[in-house]
Design a protein around this ligand. Structure first.
Ligand SMILES: [Zn+2]
Length: 260
């Protein structure tokens, strides 16, 4: 262990006065307690979460603090001098932001996470239907994967090595009938505002790579082991919903990089 525990945290390059040759004072953080401090960011997050969850009054105080700033939304046109929004338009926006996306609760939660962990990655996503398309040119029949699973109607397996979705085409006249074939996958992203959702990512699963010269960040998801296992085992519901790039990352045992 180094002479300053936090010197080992990712992304920080602390130099203790001692290591830089300064010997005039005892370094104030070099005490026995610092030896028990967290050794990496994962431990920092675990400690933060533990302290937070074990102190109900701390949780209440934070909720109050960040809910206080999360005030009611006022909806108006971007160029309010030139145009006014109708009541219907205002109601539609409020309906989407407040009722469907839970904007005010999300903002309060965001504040708590930033206070607790120092940062928070948030994405706005739309729900997606994964379709398995029969590859036979004379068939081309399409099955909604999740619906098919829920209704117990498709015989499906996942070939983790190749990333292929194998299924038995249910069309009665399919030339492939009776054989399992690799489906062509088509993801239909839903376009309705009802299908948007906000996702706040667990900070200890996120890795941010900062490029000093171009002042650019790349954000990665360190995919949790239980999720990788579900994919490798071929858990059908997980595979029906997982982003294809996430499946690729799991197959190659890499981090998942978020698109900009
Ligand atoms: Zn078919």
């Amino acid at each position: 262990m180094s002479d300053f525990a936090c010197g080992q945290l990712d992304g920080f390059d602390y130099q203790s006065p001692r290591s830089s040759g300064f010997s005039g004072y005892t370094y104030p953080f070099l005490d026995p307690a610092s030896q028990a401090g967290p050794k990496n960011w994962k431990q920092v997050y675990d400690w933060g979460r533990l302290v937070f969850m074990r102190s109900p009054e701390f949780v209440d105080a934070h909720r109050k603090l960040f809910s206080y700033f999360s005030t009611d939304l006022e909806v108006s046109a971007a160029d309010a001098d030139d145009q006014e929004l109708s009541n219907d338009e205002i109601n539609n926006w409020r309906d989407l932001l407040v009722d469907k996306l839970g904007y005010t609760e999300q903002i309060a939660q965001l504040g708590i996470s930033v206070a607790l962990f120092g940062s928070q990655i948030v994405t706005v996503q739309s729900k997606c239907d994964r379709m398995l398309v029969c590859p036979h040119p004379e068939c081309g029949s399409v099955v909604n994967m999740l619906k098919g699973i829920e209704e117990g109607g498709i015989d499906f397996s996942y070939a983790h090595g190749s990333g292929k979705f194998l299924f038995r085409c249910p069309a009665p006249r399919c030339p492939n009938r009776g054989r399992k074939v690799a489906a062509v996958i088509k993801d239909w992203h839903r376009r309705s505002a009802n299908d948007l959702y906000i996702k706040q990512w667990p900070p200890d699963e996120i890795l941010i790579d900062y490029y000093l010269w171009t002042d650019r960040d790349e954000v990665y998801w360190r995919i949790p082991e239980y999720y990788k296992q579900a994919v490798r085992r071929g858990h059908a519901e997980t595979l029906a919903e997982a982003d294809l790039d996430v499946l690729d990352a799991i197959r190659q045992n890499k981090l998942f990089r978020f698109n900009r």
